[in-house]
Structures are given as C-alpha cells and as structure tokens.
Design a protein around this ligand. Structure first.
Ligand SMILES: [Zn+2]
Length: 273
C-alpha cells in the first residue's frame, strides 16, 4: 500500500455517466469516504484522516465490486478541534447537507445502498444524516472504522485511540508511509474537562462510561492546550501494528458489503420505507 495513485477503475469520478450506470447493474452499493482536513501533529499530514481511507477502500472495492464515491476531503469537527492552525472544519450543517446531497445524487444513477466510511470523529453528523436519509427511503450505513475495531484495539495497540497517536500513526505507516515523519513524532496528552473514567474513546470496548468522546465538549480547546497537536503516544507506532489493524478493517468492511450484496442483490431496494 505505498502507491497513493488512485485506482481509477474503482472511483466514480473517473468513469463516464454510462459506466457508472452500468456498474450499478452489477453492484449497486456505493461507499463514500469521509475524513477531514485537520492538524495531526508535526509527523502526519493534515489530510491523514482522508488519505488513509483510499487504499483501504480500494481493496474493499476490488474484493466486493462496490463503487467508491469521490471524497469531499473535509469533515465536521467537535468544538475542541476548532481554531488549531491547519484544521479546516466544516460546520455540522454544511457537512450534513453535503453528505445528503451526495447520496441523493448518487442514487439517480441506480445505486440503492450506501455506506459512509469515516476515519475521523464525526459520528454525530454522519449518524444524523443516516436517520434523515432513512426517512427519505435511502438505505445508508455510517461506519467509523475505530468503532468496528473496538474488540481488537487493545490486542494490537498499547494505548486507546485518540489523535495523531499510536493507532493513527501506525495506520499512516501502512497507508501513506511517505507522508509520515517519525523523527517528528511527539507524545502529548490533552487536558480533559471530565476525568477519563467518564469518557469513552472511539476504541473502548465493553466498557461502561457515561459519555462517548463526541457527546459533549470534553476537552479544553486544543489550540490552547497542545504544543504539537497530539493526544496520545505516536512514538509507540509501528508498521506491524498498522498492518494487522488495516487488514482487519478491510476484511470486516468486505464482509459487511458482501452481506448486503447477498441479502439484497443489485437492483433490489432494502425495504426501509
Ligand atoms: Zn485523525
């Protein structure tokens, strides 16, 4: 996974309209990669959350036949991310409208099942969209890969998933190693508004904590709090950890897509309305 050149045969934006329509007759599942443009310390690029998704999804598309929708790159951000240089947040409303417009437009070409696949903490927006689109009759799933990997996270990594940390950096070493500079990785921690015992990370599994990370403003503003822009321990990152994590994400996403394909073959609508 070192070649970041996109595989053009898998992506909507490189096809003609009739190719897109023909593709839907074979497989009418479309996946929308949603990441962010956000500072990720001194050692990862600002596009990390988005760039990492491309090679993962290309392998899923190759295995399953799903089409990949052009990624908007930007995403919505919780309050404590705002104002850090390098971060360009969409407002929640902009992000919601953007996702909904993309799904509505893609459905015109014959696509009946959609997965929003994101590697950035914007579940409160993505899940909202899924509900709103469901009311309109669109079958849409919101998949955050960190949630999909909760059961294995602690087996692979020594620290929980936060930001530009051990896990994110390990993924970067697999999906875009040429853009990762380990010599600039600095371990850092955030000042929490509530103690960690009250706040669940995206990777916490089978724990009972009252609040998920995005259910409130739970950290002080990063631009005032952090020096490098890291929450976690990127110095613990390795390519080996990233390989196992990324390969399992690809396996699990492929299983999910294949399940939808088998249960609801191309041309079949999921009976949600
Ligand atoms: Zn990130």
């Amino acid at each position: 996974m070192t070649d970041r050149e996109q595989k053009k045969n898998l992506w909507w934006q490189y096809m003609t309209w009739d190719q897109v329509v023909d593709h839907a007759k074979e497989c009418d599942i479309a996946i929308l990669p949603m990441g962010s443009i956000e500072q990720h310390g001194h050692h990862l690029p600002t596009g990390h959350d988005t760039i990492q998704l491309f090679p993962m999804l290309e392998e899923v598309a190759e295995r399953t036949g799903a089409i990949l929708l052009a990624s908007p790159w930007y995403g919505a951000h919780p309050v404590h991310h705002h104002h850090f240089p390098g971060t360009i947040p969409l407002s929640s409303d902009t992000c919601r409208f953007l996702i909904k417009d993309i799904i509505r437009g893609a459905s015109e070409a014959g696509y009946n099942k959609f997965i929003i696949f994101f590697g950035h903490g914007q579940a409160w927006v993505a899940n909202y969209c899924v509900q709103e689109l469901g009311l309109e009759g669109y079958f849409v799933l919101s998949v955050m890969f960190q949630n999909m990997m909760r059961d294995l996270h602690n087996e692979i990594f020594e620290t929980p998933f936060w930001h530009a940390d051990e896990a994110e950096t390990s993924v970067g070493l697999v999906t875009h190693p040429d853009l990762v500079d380990m010599s600039k990785a600095i371990d850092e921690s955030a000042t929490r508004i509530l103690d960690g015992q009250f706040v669940q990370s995206p990777s916490d599994y089978a724990v009972s904590k009252p609040l998920r990370f995005d259910e409130g403003t739970l950290s002080v503003p990063e631009y005032k709090d952090l020096q490098a822009g890291v929450i976690g321990r990127p110095t613990l990152a390795t390519r080996e950890k990233g390989e196992r994590y990324v390969q399992t994400i690809i396996d699990r996403m492929s299983d999910l897509v294949n399940e939808i394909k088998t249960k609801y073959p191309a041309g079949t609508k999921v009976p949600i309305k």
